[in-house]
Design a protein around this ligand. Structure first.
Ligand code: K1U
Ligand code: ZN
Length: 167
């Protein structure tokens, strides 16, 4: 297993659209193992392949307290959603920046598992928020891009200042 480099906003590669996985192979499973290790090490509660510069529709998530309930979503599709939530989000690609995003409160997702089998999952609360956040990464969207131009400009300035101070 390996810890992968996580792309940092504003990196153009975070805007690439991920393609569906045509068949889940050992190569896909190796990527999933590396992404899982990277997510736990960060630490984070989710990671999309886009964030490690692999543009395929693969997500790993673990929102459990004991960090022992890994969820892998390959080619995820939201087939139903309801309600409204505005949870305060963070992102491993935008370190130190937190803010609210309007999302659905509950989602029903269809995806493939690591054995290439289709399954359907109903999620709410933090899991539903995290699924939507990670699916946005696969679509090339970063959570700060829901915010106003002014707030995005301030966020970029804050990130640049932080990057300068760590150089
Ligand atoms: O996609 C990512 O960058 C991961 C991100 C997921 C996420 C967090 C909050 C709301 C929506 C999506 C993170 O994991 S940020 C880190 C974080 O939230 C966390 C880290 C350690 C323990 C608990 C939370
Ligand atoms: Zn993120």
């Amino acid at each position: 297993m390996a810890i992968l480099k996580i792309l940092q906003y504003p990196d153009d590669r975070l805007h690439k659209k991920a393609v569906p996985v045509t068949r889940v192979t050992d190569k896909t499973r190796l990527l999933i193992n590396d992404m899982t290790e990277t997510m736990y090490a960060a630490p984070g509660i989710g990671l999309a392949a886009t964030q490690v510069d692999v543009h395929e529709q693969v997500i790993v998530i673990d929102v459990s307290e004991n960090r022992d309930q890994l969820l892998v979503l390959i080619n995820p599709e939201i087939i139903a959603s309801s309600g409204f939530s505005d949870y305060e989000e963070g992102c491993l690609s935008v370190p130190g920046i937190y803010g609210k995003v309007n999302r659905a409160e509950s989602v029903t997702v269809r995806a493939l598992n690591t054995q290439n089998e289709s399954f359907v999952l109903e999620a709410d609360g933090l899991l539903a928020v995290c699924i939507q956040h990670e699916m946005d990464h696969l679509a090339g969207k970063v959570f700060v891009e829901y915010w106003s131009r002014l707030k995005q400009t301030r966020t970029l300035a804050k990130l640049k200042k932080k990057q300068r101070s760590t150089m």
